[in-house]
Design a protein around this ligand. Structure first.
Ligand SMILES: C[S@@+](CC[C@H](N)C(=O)[O-])C[C@H]1O[C@@H](n2cnc3c(N)ncnc32)[C@H](O)[C@@H]1O
Length: 351
């Protein structure tokens, strides 16, 4: 055996374990408001941080030590001060912005919390149903995408399909299929007051949260939410735009749902789909994003579909997989849109 290879791999195992712990500590920092309490304050003593956070001294102390070792905080051993650099704060303490990364940390306990059940499913089959991830699951998905949807959906992403943008400025009809906590459809309904929007999701708790957010914003009178599937919509309802965000790979009956969506899309309408940014071949996904997405697939996306008797397509469906499904459902035009994003790919699909 190659001793250097063993040594190098042992180093990687420690780094990965350290990464897991860093992400867990960062989850605590996000959830308790510790990053927020340190944001913009420069070097701070431990006592000042405890006071600013309102949290228990001993927990904060150990968290600070761990975050220093994980290189999320800078430490001055002479002054015994801790600092969250502005550049880190930009990512860690920027809730609601399109550069906030805290949603990823929220996803970690939500997914790893079911790891024993997932491991058991490797032997027994089945999986973990979507609703078993609970309110924290909905919150984590919401936190991962909220800032992006609010800041980029209408002004940037939809502008890449000019004819759709123009229709929405006049009087479009839009369905957000699998709307989850509703941020994308809320953002669109705010941006295009002359168009009419429906958010649809099978999951009742997600729809309740979406309705709650809508109440807090007004509510908007051009937006309604429906709990259920496509067959629960008004039979006459036809749409100029159907958005399907981070959903296709999760579906239990992907071709059946896409056929239903085909029948609800006007003949000159567009289905706009957002899916994780992965390549079609495993060898092209050997990087941090690939590692995150395959983990998310095993601990959530694939597993919740298998739990419901679905095919378990998984997070890394990729462009060829999406194209294959939409063509089987009857769509003839498939385009990968030229939108820059670290984690997502965007598709325009038409009759
Ligand atoms: C990963 S979440 C994405 C939520 C939201 N679109 C977002 O981007 O934040 C997938 C959503 O699809 C919904 N979903 C899955 N299958 C569905 C179906 N057949 N009909 C309606 N909603 C469905 C789930 O309940 C879940 O809320």
């Amino acid at each position: 055996m190659d001793q250097d290879k063993i040594k190098a791999f042992a180093g990687k195992v420690f780094e990965d374990m350290a990464g897991g712990m860093a992400a867990g500590l960062a989850y605590v920092g996000t959830r308790t408001g510790l990053f927020r309490a340190m944001s913009g304050n420069g070097p701070m003593s431990m006592d000042t941080i405890v006071l600013a956070s309102g949290l228990k001294q001993r927990y904060v102390e150990e968290w600070l030590n761990g975050m220093v070792c994980s290189k999320y905080l800078e430490y001055d051993p002479d002054e015994k001060t801790f600092e969250l650099p502005d550049e880190y704060s930009y990512l860690l303490a920027s809730e609601g912005s399109d550069h906030f990364v805290g949603g990823l940390f929220y996803a970690l306990p939500m997914m790893l919390g079911v790891a024993p059940r997932v491991a058991a499913a490797f032997e027994t089959g089945g999986g973990v149903p979507f609703e078993d991830y609970g309110e924290d699951g909905i919150l984590a998905i919401d936190l991962m995408t909220r800032g992006l949807y609010e800041q980029r959906f209408s002004d940037y992403w939809l502008k890449s399909i000019p004819e759709v943008h123009a229709t929405l400025e006049k009087d479009g009809r839009v369905l957000d299929f699998g709307c989850g906590a509703g941020r994308a459809v809320l953002a669109m309904a705010k941006a295009f007051p002359r168009s009419v929007f429906t958010g649809l999701d099978l999951d009742k708790s997600s729809i309740e949260q979406a309705e709650d957010s809508n109440r807090q914003s007004g509510p908007l009178d051009n937006l309604r939410f429906v709990s259920g599937s496509v067959s629960d919509l008004d039979p006459q309802d036809q749409f100029d735009l159907i958005t399907v965000c981070d959903c296709i790979h999760d579906l239990t009956d992907p071709i059946g749902v896409l056929k239903d969506l085909y029948s609800r899309l006007k003949s000159d309408g567009t289905l706009f789909a957002i899916e994780p940014k992965v390549a079609d071949h495993l060898e092209d996904n050997i990087n941090a994003v690939g590692s995150i997405f395959y983990g998310m697939s095993v601990f959530h996306c694939m597993t919740q579909s298998l739990a419901a008797g679905g095919p378990g397509l998984g997070t890394c469906l990729g462009p060829a997989g999406v194209e294959n499904l939409v063509r089987q459902a009857g769509f003839s035009r498939f385009e990968v849109l030229d939108i820059k994003s670290q984690m997502n790919l965007f598709y325009a699909v038409r009759h």
